[in-house]
Design a protein around this ligand. Structure first.
Ligand SMILES: Nc1ncnc2c1ncn2[C@@H]1O[C@H](COP(=O)(O)OP(=O)(O)OP(=O)(O)O)[C@@H](O)[C@H]1O
Ligand SMILES: [Mg+2]
Length: 240
């Protein structure tokens, strides 16, 4: 499905990913753990084409992704959220979803800016996504004015609104209330496509996946369920 081999990336003299190799299977949810600064977000940036790798290969269903543009990679089926959310804060919740709809992007941008929402697009995609992320009542509010937990749900809706093969989530529940954590976990357990989630929260990890990967010094050091990782001496040492 997503096949990564020998991926390397340095910033200046600091190697961040160092011969990273992993084969992500289809229809599987993974959690990616690792200390602060170990390169988790960098891995997502490389997969999504947001920065070039130094060497290595990324293949999605046999097709090479590395060196393609982020837009092209998204079109091929890689969806993601960002650690720093990146919402359009002056626009409403539903406008943020409309603009995210691929193919209709320019059309929808003009609709959003003029305040006219096209019925068909709205009915088919946005309304059902608003329900799925529990934001129907907030649809007319500016993204800046909803709670942080709701903003995280909105970023998830933006990532989910187009078809995808693989979903990359960068800390989807960090810093949010238990209530929203639960809603996000429920939403994710209903997704059948491959999902890779960067997250630290133990309860959340145990709920969403048995496939936890531990990134250390630029490659996967340990792999197993959350308990296996927690009890692994090498993992404990890496967090000291
Ligand atoms: N564009 C960049 N230019 C220079 N250095 C960078 C860049 N992006 C990341 N780094 C550095 O690479 C290292 C890994 O960063 P990265 O954001 O991938 O870590 P992370 O595992 O996601 O950490 P966190 O848990 O804090 O989110 C850090 O030392 C970071 O400062
Ligand atoms: Mg990060």
């Amino acid at each position: 499905m997503l096949h990564i081999s020998n991926l390397s990336k340095s910033f200046g003299n600091a190697p961040i990913l160092n011969g990273f190799s992993y084969h992500f299977r289809s229809e599987t949810t993974y959690v990616l753990m690792g200390a602060n600064g170990s390169g988790k977000t960098t891995l997502f940036n490389l997969i999504g084409g947001f920065m070039p790798c130094d060497s290595g290969e990324i293949l999605l269903d046999g097709r090479r992704l590395d060196r393609l543009s982020p837009y092209k990679i998204a079109e091929l089926g890689v969806a993601r959220t960002f650690q720093d959310l990146r919402l359009l804060y002056d626009l409403t919740v539903e406008e943020n979803l409309l603009i995210a709809l691929r193919n209709k992007r320019d059309e929808n941008l003009s609709y959003a800016l003029t305040g006219r929402v096209p019925n068909n697009v709205y009915r088919e995609s946005v309304a059902s996504m608003l329900q799925r992320i529990h934001l129907t009542e907030e649809r007319k509010q500016k993204a800046a004015n909803i709670s942080y937990g709701q903003q995280k749900l909105l970023t998830l809706g933006i990532a989910l609104i187009n078809d995808f093969k693989i979903l990359l989530l960068d800390e989807p529940v960090a810093g949010i209330q238990p209530h929203y954590r639960e809603e996000i976990a429920n939403l994710l357990t209903g997704i059948k496509e491959t999902v890779i989630i960067i997250e630290h929260d133990p309860d959340f990890i145990r709920k969403v996946s048995k496939n936890v990967l531990f990134l250390n010094e630029g490659s996967i050091l340990v792999e197993g369920d959350y308990r296996t990782l927690r009890e692994d001496r090498r993992v404990q040492q890496a967090y000291l």
